[in-house]
Ligand binder design. Structure first.
Ligand SMILES: Cc1ncc(COP(=O)(O)O)c(C=O)c1O
Length: 392
């Protein structure tokens, strides 16, 4: 028998697996399943990234690059962020990573010692707790309520603070809720964290998918004043619609960048050179598509929120960003269908719609809808869901 490490045995398999396996089973039986479980944009990427990738191939860019990224790409990330936010980032503040995921994973690896505590407001992006576990840290989950748009306040965080608290992970707009902190509340939280010497990891991967009247929120100001206490994580997966090309980046203090580069240099090394060239052309190219994409997502968000809010017994906070809705549906639970997983299984069987159970994100009262699909698909899915709920 293979003896696997204790480390890997502790990692939870993705909770979405059950639903996906069931969806595949039903498809194999010839059923048409609509998936609203997707975590990537369905929109086309801008031409600029395709041009960059072709250019890399035409120039036969097949060699290794520096582990942390090509210098011109680092410059492009810095200018791109400085254009949107009040940062003064330079090359030495940047590393290019294999997606935002590796950025988060490696940050936790270089910051956390066994037993250090990481504050994670819940609902959270499902990889955070397992990343903390793999860094031998302890996740401290801070619950929030849909009635408060799933927001935490410094006062609530304070209740979970201990002498072991080392890191706070913030994610706005949020996956899975789509809820979004305004800059004022976000600043209050950062101010509190910095006063306690807590390191802030600000996951800003959906920052270009924020819908008016809301505006993007960033830890940029805190990076500028306290770079040794703040890391901004972002990438091109969501805003440039190239999730499979695996480009993320971190903006932080140069000494943190050096350690991230050391770790990356001994593990994955550089991000694929073709994807780096796509990044360079994307970040320095025409950005009009960002506004067009936002408009599309706003239409879909309005449609899905209207439809879900119409269903009796559901509390549906209006998301101000990303492409997810996270309604609270526990009032509809029955004796048998008494958890978010069971509820999703029921909707899959009865409505042929795949959704992600809220338990995967730390909240068993909710389910996650993704609206990264055409409105005609949303309409079909919601019609079927409404009928299935009527039967409960
Ligand atoms: C909140 C959040 N952070 C980070 C990521 C990682 O993105 P990627 O590794 O594709 O850049 C995702 C992807 O779904 C996400 O939803």
């Amino acid at each position: 028998m293979i003896k696997f490490s204790k480390r890997i045995q502790k990692v939870k398999p993705s909770a979405t697996l059950t639903i996906n396996a069931k969806a595949a089973e039903l498809r194999a039986q010839g059923k048409e399943i609509i998936s609203l479980a997707v975590g990537q944009p369905d929109l086309a990427p801008p031409e600029s990234v395709l041009v960059g990738a072709r250019e890399a191939i035409d120039k036969v860019m097949t060699k290794y690059t520096p582990a942390g990224g090509l210098p011109e790409v680092l410059d492009a990330v810095a200018s791109y962020y400085n254009k949107f936010y009040d940062t003064d980032a330079k090359k030495e503040n940047i590393i290019v990573t294999n997606g935002g995921k590796q950025a988060l994973y490696n940050l936790l690896q270089i910051l956390i010692d066994p037993g250090d505590e990481v504050l994670i407001p819940s609902p959270y992006w499902l990889s955070y707790p397992d990343m903390v576990l793999l860094a031998e840290g302890e996740s401290v989950i801070v619950p929030t309520e849909p009635e408060q748009n799933f927001m935490v306040t410094p006062q609530e965080l304070e209740k979970f603070f201990t002498s072991k608290t080392k890191v706070l992970i913030l994610n706005t707009p949020s996956n899975p809720t789509g809820c979004h902190y305004d800059q004022e509340l976000f600043d209050e939280i950062c101010n509190w964290a910095i006063s306690k010497d807590i390191f802030i990891i600000s996951d800003e991967i959906y920052d270009q998918l924020v819908y008016p009247p809301a505006t993007p929120t960033s830890a940029s100001k805190w990076f500028k004043s306290n770079p040794e206490n703040v890391a901004i994580v972002n990438g091109l997966a969501k805003s440039f619609a190239i999730p499979g090309w695996r480009v993320g980046y971190v903006i932080t203090h140069p000494d943190i960048i050096k350690n991230l580069s050391k770790l990356q240099g001994q593990s994955t090394s550089n991000v694929c050179s073709i994807a780096q060239m796509a990044t360079l052309r994307g970040l320095t190219g025409e950005l009009d598509f960002l506004e067009k994409n936002r408009k599309k997502f706003i239409q879909r968000r309005d449609y899905i929120v209207d439809r879900i809010s119409f269903i009796k017994g559901i509390v549906c906070p209006k998301p101000m960003g990303a492409f997810y809705v996270f309604p609270k549906i526990d009032k509809l639970y029955t004796k048998e269908i008494n958890s978010s997983t069971r509820f999703c299984e029921y909707l899959l069987d009865e409505a042929c719609v795949a959704l992600v159970p809220g338990i995967a994100f730390g909240d068993d009262r909710c389910i996650r809808f993704s609206y990264a699909v055409d409105i005609s698909i949303l309409e079909k899915a919601l019609d079927a869901i409404e009928k299935a709920i009527e039967k409960l």
